[in-house]
Design a binder for this molecule. Structure first.
Ligand code: BGC
Length: 332
């Protein structure tokens, strides 16, 4: 009995001791929190930087991938990332968002180049105020932007042309092209593509239309092209949602013979390749663009000026590179 009383007493004392210890730790933490703002010299961390990333379109999966890469890097470096963009592609809205980022005194800005003089002026104004700006995906070379991070778009267009040439049958073929927008990256891809296919006299570029980076518009434009130009046998989409839209249009127009070439590796593009509906895609590295842009900013804050151009790699995705699930299977 006395043993039992002793045990209970000990247990009681241990609980009381643990409670007091917890109270003590809690108060110590509270005191530290109160004292830190009064003691700037005592802060061990460098000041947290706020980066604003302005996309071409907020929920576009390509831009969400850029955001994801930028977010990973900024949290690894203890920086804050504000991701923003127009709900639907809208150059003027991009300009307003840039003005807002400058007015809010962001520490740095990452944005897509849109080739607009007013936008360029705001980039220059930001830089003059000490806010470094990095262009991703599309360059803004005539501005004071610190660097460009993204695909070499002229080269990517040329590679796309070579993909089409390689898959050509030797017979004359007419090609329909969709660009995503008027942005410089699309125009450069188109230029590279034209240059590459100009070496194959049997290939002719019949028409170029814009999808306004919308899958719905891509499907509409492609269906319209296939109806008006029934001789088209190849269709190429130069931005992320175009290949998927073209695939939809070819199915609606009952044209399974049309060879489709896409850009990027959105889930449905990969599925289209797996199912032999899309011949190949030229894949960019949007997450890498976001990561690299943030790490260049970190270096810049550490006193290093980056080189003006950082090209991210592209790769070809087709059934031979897809691997799992397609081995041995041959399309058409
Ligand atoms: C382009 C981006 C564009 C996106 C749209 C990508 O291929 O590089 O500029 O915003 O497609 O879906």
């Amino acid at each position: 009995m006395s043993n039992r009383t002793g045990f209970i007493g000990l247990l009681f004392l241990s609980i009381a001791f643990a409670f007091l210890l917890a109270q003590f730790i809690l108060s110590a933490l509270q005191i530290r929190q109160l004292v830190q703002p009064l003691n700037p010299g005592g802060a061990e961390q460098p000041p947290s930087r706020r980066i604003v990333l302005i996309s071409q379109e907020l929920d576009n999966p390509f831009w969400r991938a850029v955001e994801q890469g930028a977010r990973e890097a900024s949290s690894a470096y203890g920086m804050e990332l504000d991701y923003t963009g127009p709900f639907r592609i809208h150059a003027e809205e991009q300009i307003k968002l840039l003005q807002k980022a400058v007015a809010s005194k962001a520490d740095a800005i990452i944005l897509q180049g849109i080739g607009d003089p007013a936008y360029r002026q705001w980039i220059d104004r930001a830089v003059d105020q000490g806010i470094p700006v990095i262009a991703v995906d599309t360059d803004e070379p005539d501005s004071k932007r610190l660097a460009y991070v993204g695909t070499d778009n002229l080269e990517a267009g040329r590679r796309m042309g070579e993909l089409v040439i390689r898959s050509a049958t030797g017979k004359p073929a007419q090609i329909g092209v969709l660009v995503g927008s008027d942005a410089e990256n699309q125009q450069q891809r188109l230029e590279g593509f034209r240059a590459a296919i100009s070496r194959s006299p049997e290939l002719q570029l019949a028409e170029v239309k814009s999808s306004h980076i919308s899958r719905l518009q891509a499907a509409r434009q492609a269906e319209d092209m296939l109806t008006r130009l029934p001789q088209l046998s190849v269709m190429v989409g130069l931005s992320a949602l175009d290949g998927i839209g073209i695939r939809e249009a070819a199915a609606r127009a009952k044209r399974p013979d049309v060879r489709i070439f896409a850009f990027d590796d959105l889930e449905e593009t990969v599925e289209g390749i797996r199912q032999c509906a899309i011949a190949a895609s030229l894949v960019q590295q949007p997450a890498e663009m976001g990561r690299t842009a943030v790490s260049l900013l970190r270096d810049y804050f550490g006193g290093q000026r980056p080189a003006p151009q950082h090209f991210t790699v592209t790769s070809v995705l087709d059934r031979s590179t897809l691997g799992a699930g397609t081995a041995g299977a041959v399309c058409r």
